[in-house]
Ligand binder design. Structure first.
Ligand code: SAM
Length: 282
């Protein structure tokens, strides 16, 4: 039997039965369109041997489409009402898939253990916390090598931006530490309930090795945070706090091959790694 994906009527009916009031605070906008979720699964390149980690399954729109293809889906949902209802929704609409779904009721920014190591992340992320959720999942679980996430389109632009671009910033550099990131599509507001007032972007993530450096990730990220804390400052003054003085910052920057009068927005993640290495005396 074919999976019955959710349509606008099904979403409204489910929400009504749960007496659900979607909140902005939890970024609750649910996809009501079968074509959209199938497109996401296809763009993600989900395979039959994949264990998918889904963040924020909500009413199950994307979960049902993922289960059509993947070997397993591990879904992390913070909302008790939604986490509690997901198994029943799948049992009712795709009974043959029910035992390949694990629901974890937890905050995706704090989760430290999963019932199965994921091979891929596919999610329509809660928009207000999409960047910290992604960074946490990248740092905490390294079994997953690729991903496809839907985020607010401005965030998608920022995640995929490269050095020299106006919107290149902390999320761009930190993502680049872990992965190559590109925008592969967009999704209009009308496929959601409730209808959000922003466009959504689809971001593909391909893991790669982090830069080779003797500095730790936290040391490099501290330099990134300082460099962008005041975007318009030259690096030698933005990093003077970390270095002890602006003269010490200049010395470290020069040793790292970076112009002390440049701004953070021109530096690659490798540049930041070399700067951190100099600042920490290795
Ligand atoms: N995947 C569903 C869909 O496409 O219709 C719902 C996506 S909705 C944009 C975001 C979902 O993430 C909501 O179900 C919300 O309750 C959940 N959520 C919000 N914050 C979360 C967090 N910190 N950890 C896990 N889930 C969260």
């Amino acid at each position: 039997p074919l999976t019955r994906l959710l349509d606008p009527t099904a979403v409204r009916e489910l929400a009504g039965r749960l007496d659900l009031r979607p909140t902005k605070q939890r970024g609750q906008n649910f996809v009501t369109d079968a074509n959209t979720v199938r497109r996401i699964v296809q763009l993600a390149g989900v395979r039959s041997d994949d264990v998918v980690l889904e963040i924020g399954p909500g009413l199950g729109s994307l979960t049902l489409a993922l289960l059509e293809v993947a070997d397993r889906v591990v879904a992390i949902e913070i909302d008790h009402l939604l986490a509690d209802a997901l198994g029943d929704t799948v049992a009712a609409r795709a009974p043959e898939h029910r035992d390949r779904l694990d629901v974890v009721e937890a905050d995706a920014m704090a989760v430290t253990e999963l019932p199965h190591p994921p091979t891929i992340v596919v999610a329509n992320l809660p928009y207000n916390v999409s960047v910290p959720v992604l960074l946490h999942l990248l740092a905490r679980f390294d079994s997953w090598r690729r991903g496809l996430v839907m985020v607010q389109s401005e965030v998608a632009d920022r995640l995929a931006a490269g050095p020299g671009s106006k919107i290149y910033g902390i999320p761009s550099v930190k993502m680049a530490w872990y992965a190559a990131t590109s925008q592969v599509g967009s999704v209009p507001p009308r496929v959601f309930w409730p209808v959000p007032n922003v466009d959504s972007g689809l971001v593909a993530i391909e893991r790669r090795d982090p830069p080779t450096t003797s500095a730790t990730r936290d040391q490099v990220f501290a330099v990134v945070d300082a460099a962008f804390a005041q975007r318009r400052k030259m690096l030698r003054s933005a990093l003077s706090g970390l270095a002890g003085s602006s003269a010490a910052a200049s010395t470290a920057l020069e040793a790292a091959g970076v112009d002390p009068t440049a701004r953070g927005e021109v530096c690659t993640v490798q540049d930041f790694a070399r700067i951190a290495e100099q600042l920490h005396g290795s």
